[in-house]
Ligand binder design. Structure first.
Ligand code: ACO
Ligand code: PYR
Ligand code: MG
Length: 325
């Protein structure tokens, strides 16, 4: 698995010329540029989106920024042409194919073989990876088999909108919380009861993180659809970050900075993690730092944070200075 920084997967509708024109600027601002061909692209613009993606892939140099596409789902009339045309034209520049509505390992096996055939035919030296969207009830049920389905598996993203529909959840939101999903406190003497809002996605994100990490894959939160609520977006992204996710999708330029802030570790946390590593050079034993017990397990927790800070520093010079790398 290539080690790459993927704090935000930025969605671009490639059928729109004005959006394609923003790609050179985006390459310097985001960690991944994704050309979306699936939902949000009108049915009569599917081939324009595919051609637009090929054009933007050809016209730009991406450097350390990832180039991904989200193809249409396997049972659509567009999937086969999406994969065939893109891999045969710009397969050498493409890092990851995001596959929507994955239900089980069989979906991954099919795309895996198709990519292998096209790579062999085109003489491509670098394998194209697969990223699954977890957005159907059956997919969530089969998440472990999906994670294990191919060495090409890069990771997974939560797809809260399709998943809500597939499960029959009663929400029209794209990700985030819901005010009615709450636990009511007992009444106090004055009869006051407080509703504590819960995270609708906690169970699925937890299940996805465990499946991904057991097979060496990367878990991601997906989209947050309410662009007018950056605070709620940040909170949802942060919950996912704390639970193990490495990034989230940005659908609008305003969400890029939110993802950057959340998925780059907090400088104070990095400083504390470095103290732990310094205090336990061989990673064993028990020491006290600022009144808190540290041992082999917290050494490993600290290593996760310091490794991520180092990866962020390799791309972000400003943060490298803040972290002191
Ligand atoms: C459930 C799921 O499947 S989620 C994934 C599918 N959805 C998507 O991919 C949606 C991606 N986002 C978009 O297409 C757009 O953000 C839209 C259509 C939703 C809204 O776009 P607009 O109405 O143009 O939004 P807005 O007016 O706030 O945009 C402000 C500026 O940001 C630009 N912009 C908006 N979204 C993007 C984007 N994703 N990437 C780059 N630039 C963008 C606009 O072109 C505009 O630029 P300008 O100032 O030069 O005119
Ligand atoms: C991310 C996505 O595709 C969904 O929420 O449906
Ligand atoms: Mg979806």
């Amino acid at each position: 698995m290539p080690i790459s920084l993927e704090r935000m997967i930025h969605f671009v509708p490639p059928n729109i010329e004005k959006m394609r024109a923003k790609v050179p600027d985006l390459v310097n601002k985001v960690d991944v540029v994704l050309g979306n061909l699936e939902d949000a692209i009108p049915a009569d613009a599917k081939s324009d989106a595919r051609n637009g993606f090929i054009q933007l892939a050809r016209e730009n140099e991406f450097g350390s920024t990832g180039l991904w596409t989200r193809v249409n789902c396997l049972n659509s009339p567009w999937f086969l042409d999406d994969v065939m045309e893109i891999v045969q034209t710009v397969g050498d520049k493409l890092d990851v194919v995001m596959l929507p509505k994955v239900e089980g390992a069989w979906d991954i096996h099919y795309l895996d073989q198709l990519l292998a055939q096209l790579e062999a035919k085109g003489g491509l030296g670098k394998p194209i990876l697969i990223h699954a969207i977890l957005e159907t009830a059956e997919g969530v049920k089969n998440v472990e088999q999906i994670a294990a389905a191919s060495p090409r598996m890069h990771g997974m993203s939560l797809g809260p909108a399709d998943l809500a529909a597939s499960r029959g959840m009663k929400t029209t939101r794209v990700g985030g919380g819901h005010p009615d999903y709450a636990v009511l406190s007992d009444s106090d003497n004055s009869g006051v009861r407080t509703a504590f809002q819960q995270d609708l996605w906690h169970y699925t994100v937890g299940k996805m993180v465990d499946a991904c990490l057991s097979y060496g894959l990367k878990p991601f939160y997906g989209p947050f659809g309410d662009f007018s609520d950056p605070q709620a977006c940040e909170s949802q992204f942060r919950n996912a970050f704390l639970m193990g996710c490495l990034g989230a999708w940005s659908l609008h330029p305003s969400q890029i900075e939110i993802a950057k802030k959340v998925f780059s570790p907090d400088p104070a946390e990095v400083a504390f993690a470095r103290k732990i590593l310094d205090a336990m050079p061989d990673g064993t034993g028990a020491v006290m730092i600022d009144g808190k017990m540290q041992d082999d397990a917290t050494w490993k927790q600290a290593k996760v944070i310091v490794d991520l800070a180092q990866l962020v520093s390799s791309k972000d010079k400003e943060l490298a200075e803040v972290y002191g790398f």
